[in-house]
Design a binder for this molecule. Structure first.
Ligand code: GLY
Length: 423
């Protein structure tokens, strides 16, 4: 068997989890990560190319003879990295630019859902400030969303007319997200419980991964600002087998089928952000990639070879692919820098990582770290994702927090209630 070299694009906890899983594949000779972090450097060779530098990444892949490139973050996918690699006959896992529009344009995603009857909160799309003001004139609450990519910050849940107008002004007048704010979506607020449903897709077929639940707010009890995600667990008792089947039949299946019919087949990981309202699923958003920190818990539960699965997606052979998931549960607790998600400190020396390496079924995925003078230091807002397996969700939570207690860096903060409500 000829082994291949694999390139993982990105630098967060999701990419560390991808590198960790890919490095275990018998099909793999060597893993590279661009640009990676101090965690990926322990398993892969980091390459100093940013995730958005598509031409440079393709050149590197050609020169190095990379057999498979796996793209972690959304920005290069929405920019068309998969198309560029395919043009150069490089094997890549991730959707085309046209298919990645499901995340790249919320307006596109909403119109698509409406056209085929996929359940999603009621909405209006507006393209200028006058129409936006008129659309909200009688509203006292609404969700206001920038339609393009905004690093997870483009959604405002507004509870008064003034908040709605402020959000519209920030997005459309002050242009705080640039062209991502050329259109906005004004959506009804729906109240319920959230879950993340991810699926491997080969353009025609899909296989669902076990559900996960993220914790987006910064503080315990879902208080404070939205973040990239402060922790996750899987499985999610809220998502019963019956409900998962409904999500599959009313959301995943019609979306994959419609993307195929439109000539933009979806190949890669489809992430569906769901709100369960009175037992019924509604789509809040699509992402064109693994979630972070959902990837950390889901990949820890994957027993099959991830590279084999990704190749079967690319070769349109997913329907014949057996995917085995661990019956164990997983929890990830994110350790963040002081001040995050607002202005935060960086460069803080992290201690305790070696001690956690001795703990069974427990892994620290690095989200933003770098090596400095033979120490590992924090390098952004979300720093580490302490992740553990357990026989039950409760046990995985206990194990994750036990590992958290061994780790410290100045002003480190984290939520103490990951998985506690367990919906
Ligand atoms: N955890 C949310 C996301 O990956 O978008």
């Amino acid at each position: 068997m000829v082994k291949m070299k694999v390139l993982v694009v990105g630098s967060g906890g999701r990419e560390h989890a991808l590198v960790w899983k890919i490095a275990q594949s018998p099909l793999v000779e060597k893993v590279f990560c661009a640009p990676g972090n101090a965690g990926t450097a322990e398993l892969a060779q980091n390459v100093d190319i940013a995730a958005e530098e598509i031409e440079k990444l393709a050149f590197f892949a050609q020169m190095e003879g990379i057999g498979l490139t796996v793209v972690g973050p959304e920005a290069p996918l929405v920019e068309g990295i998969a198309d560029e690699f395919q043009k150069k006959r490089l094997r890549v896992f991730g959707p085309s630019k046209a298919a990645a529009l499901l995340e790249g344009s919320k307006a596109f995603a909403k119109e698509l859902m409406k056209s085929i009857g996929v359940p999603t909160p009621k909405f209006q799309i507006v393209e200028n400030i006058e129409d936006a003001i008129e659309a909200v004139s009688k509203k006292q609450k609404a969700v206001v969303k920038a339609h393009g990519l905004a690093e997870g910050k483009g959604v405002f849940v507004c509870k008064s007319q003034q908040e709605i107008l402020d959000a519209i002004s920030k997005i459309m007048q002050q242009k705080i997200f640039g062209h991502a704010g050329d259109k906005i979506i004004i959506e009804e607020i729906v109240d319920g419980k959230e879950a993340s449903i991810l699926a491997f897709c080969d353009g025609e077929n899909y296989q669902l991964m076990p559900p996960a639940q993220d914790h987006k707010r910064v503080f315990d009890g879902n208080r404070g600002q939205n973040t990239g995600g402060m922790g996750a667990y899987s499985p999610v008792p809220l998502i019963t087998t019956k409900l998962l089947k409904e999500i599959e039949d009313t959301i995943v299946k019609p979306i994959i089928s419609e993307m195929g019919k439109r000539g933009t087949p979806y190949v890669g990981v489809l992430y569906v952000g769901i709100m369960i309202v009175k037992g019924k699923p509604f789509v809040l958003e699509f992402n064109c990639r693994f979630g972070d920190p959902e990837a950390q818990v889901v990949l820890l539960r994957l027993e099959s070879d991830l590279v084999e699965i990704m190749l079967s997606c690319i070769e349109k052979k997913l329907s014949g692919q057996k995917i085995v998931w661990s019956k164990k549960a997983a929890t990830c607790v994110v350790l963040a820098s002081g001040g995050y998600p607002e202005k935060f400190d960086k460069g803080k020396k992290i201690s305790g990582l070696e001690e956690v390496k001795k703990m069974k079924e427990t892994i620290v995925f690095h989200s933003a770290t770098k090596s400095e003078n033979s120490a590992i230091v924090s390098n952004s807002g979300r720093v580490l994702g302490v992740t553990a397996l357990g026989k039950t969700v409760k046990e995985s939570i206990q194990k994750a927090y036990k590992a958290v207690s061994k780790i410290s860096f100045e002003k480190m903060h984290y939520r103490k209630d990951i998985g506690k409500k367990m919906a």
